[in-house]
Write a protein that binds this ligand. Structure first.
Ligand SMILES: O=P(O)(O)OC[C@H]1O[C@H](O)[C@H](O)[C@@H](O)[C@@H]1O
Length: 546
């Protein structure tokens, strides 16, 4: 394929940016009463209002043409049908198979993966029900009260964020997630639980991750130190891994190992057995609803025409700002306390997927790829970083996420939350002109020069784009749809940028160097072989004081 930036449509989009630059969103709304309705789409229980974006019909048509020129549709179909689109690892990318109901086979290397998917779901269901019904107990016969879920990266954030988000559906088990190798993380959780009634779920696709192995090892030592015997480990420790032999060798009972597969990427894995802690937290029925919400979004992504395809539109809009407005970051703002972890989840999903600098053929790209994703919880952020969104020099497109109904309808709280959310999108869009700022100061009796000067500080440029994503209520199904939406948005961008969104080689060097440094830190007298700065820091750590 021609380099992306050489495509005629890419050049046309550059022109388009010049045209859009001359237009204000305020005027666009004033001119066109149908804008909000025309630039809105519904799918899988979600509604996206993308009318507060710097686009017009010509821009949209051009972006969609770019998607077609980049063969987005056939790339999408290749993913769903099990082609090895993760080319650097020669793997299929089939998180969508994990939530596929129905009987359509999904073939990988000539074999239908669906029977294994269904068998694993059935095993999870049986396990979760036995725990909830007290048929499976701790080694002294007491029912489990707590779960320590150990994992990191993709084997951590998805389950943690979903468990937090689905808190209204929680059963009685208390979930405690541990990721960091910092001993404080595990120690603080262990202080809260009793070994007799604690289940440890260890999640590691590779079963080689340093942090997860160390935390599980220490959890096992704590368990044994509490008076349990080696034989009791089987009742309290389960693992999820694509490396079943390594889990067994580590000492997990073979019956307690739940499989996953190399065609599930870590950051796309909450739908697999990696989601076991979610099912333990909220029940298997709710876990199934999470899967079906995601499946509904999959169907939409696969079947809806590109012009009405929510992940496609969101992916294109995000790309529009990255590539044609030189925007370097995007913000995700959850106006729902239960969804406060979502920005971190999307950060991992998107930045590990699209933080790539070479195209599939190995040549360096000459365009911006994945933006910095960050965000937080509304309204909290309004009293902090929103200042920069409104008046800073950077263009930061924002996604506002808001359920129409609260799980906790407390007085006027939800109306206030929602009003703030809507008002932020409005303020970003319309801004405040110098004239308006001056008018506000009119009764202050300021000298003209002082008035002008102060007013300039109050001017807000406006034209700052945002999406608003609504759902009736945050349920397992809408959460599933929302996460799948962002997965596919990430896919759309990676497909257009011609990068591999499914590997993560960039994380490897740090691991290798980390092992070398660890060896030197622990070998107290050995000569140091690192660079001078690192040697100095190692020396200080060996001393343990400055
Ligand atoms: O599940 P694991 O094999 O333990 O991997 C855990 C995580 O660590 C890695 O370094 C990757 O960057 C992540 O993509 C992965 O999810």
């Amino acid at each position: 394929m021609t380099s992306l930036t050489q495509l005629p449509i890419w050049q046309a989009l550059k022109q388009q940016r010049q045209t859009i630059e001359q237009q204000s969103l305020r005027d666009a709304f004033a001119r066109d009463p149908g804008r909000a309705e025309r630039y809105s789409v519904k799918a899988a229980g979600l509604m996206l209002d993308y009318s507060k974006n710097r686009i017009d019909d010509t821009t949209l048509a051009a972006l969609l043409e770019l998607a077609r020129d980049c063969e987005l549709e056939s790339q999408r179909d290749a993913m769903f049908t099990g082609a090895a689109i993760n080319r650097t690892e020669n793997r299929a990318v089939l998180h969508t198979a994990l939530r596929a109901s129905g009987n359509t086979p999904v073939m990988v290397d000539g074999e239908d993966v669906m029977p294994e998917v269904r068998a694993t779901l059935a095993k999870m269901k049986g396990f979760v029900e036995q725990i909830h019904e007290g048929q499976r107990t701790g080694y002294t016969g007491k029912a489990f009260t707590d779960v320590i879920a150990i994992g990191i990266g993709g084997s951590f954030l998805g389950p943690k964020v979903a468990t937090e988000a689905l808190r209204p559906y929680a059963k009685s088990l208390r979930l405690h997630y541990v990721a960091n190798v910092d001993g404080t993380a595990l120690s603080e959780k262990l202080k809260k639980v009793n070994a007799e009634t604690t289940l440890v779920v260890m999640s590691s696709k590779s079963f080689t991750t340093q942090e997860t192995l160390a935390n599980t090892q220490s959890a096992r030592e704590w368990f044994l130190a509490s008076g349990a015997s080696q034989a009791d480990v089987a009742a309290h420790f389960v693992a999820i891994s694509s490396n079943v032999p390594a889990a067994v060798e580590f000492g997990i009972d073979a019956d307690n190992v739940f499989p996953m597969w190399d065609w599930v990427g870590g950051r796309y894995s909450l739908w697999s057995a990696i989601g076991l802690p979610i099912a333990l937290a909220v029940g298997f029925d709710h876990f199934e609803q999470l899967l079906s919400g995601a499946e509904a979004m999959d169907r939409h992504f696969r079947e809806a025409p590109l012009e009405q395809n929510m992940p496609v539109l969101m992916g294109l809009l995000s790309l529009w700002y990255s590539n044609f407005f030189d925007s370097q970051s995007q913000v995700i703002l959850s106006y729902d306390h239960y969804l406060r972890g979502l920005p971190a989840y999307i950060q991992q999903l998107d930045m590990e997927s699209n933080g790539k600098g070479v195209a599939l053929d190995g040549t360096p790209v000459d365009y911006r790829t994945g933006p910095v994703i960050w965000g937080g919880e509304g309204t909290n952020g309004q009293h902090a970083y929103h200042q920069l969104l409104h008046q800073g020099t950077a263009l930061i497109p924002a996604d506002f996420i808001l359920p129409l109904q609260s799980h906790n309808p407390l007085g006027r709280h939800h109306q206030m939350l929602a009003a703030n959310c809507l008002a932020q999108t409005q303020a970003l869009m319309q801004g405040k002109t110098l004239e308006e700022a001056k008018a506000e100061l009119a009764d202050r009796n300021l000298a003209p020069q002082a008035l002008e000067q102060l007013a300039r500080h109050k001017v807000m440029p406006g034209n700052r784009p945002s999406n608003t994503l609504l759902m009736d209520k945050l349920t397992p199904a809408t959460l599933g749809a929302l996460i799948a939406l962002y997965e596919h948005r990430t896919f759309v961008q990676g497909a257009i940028w011609q990068i591999n969104s499914f590997d993560q080689w960039g994380v490897e060097l740090g691991k290798v160097l980390g092992n070398a440094v660890l060896d030197e830190l622990e070998a107290e007298q050995a000569p140091l072989a690192q660079d001078a700065s690192t040697n100095q820091l190692i020396t200080l750590l060996r001393q343990g004081k400055l």
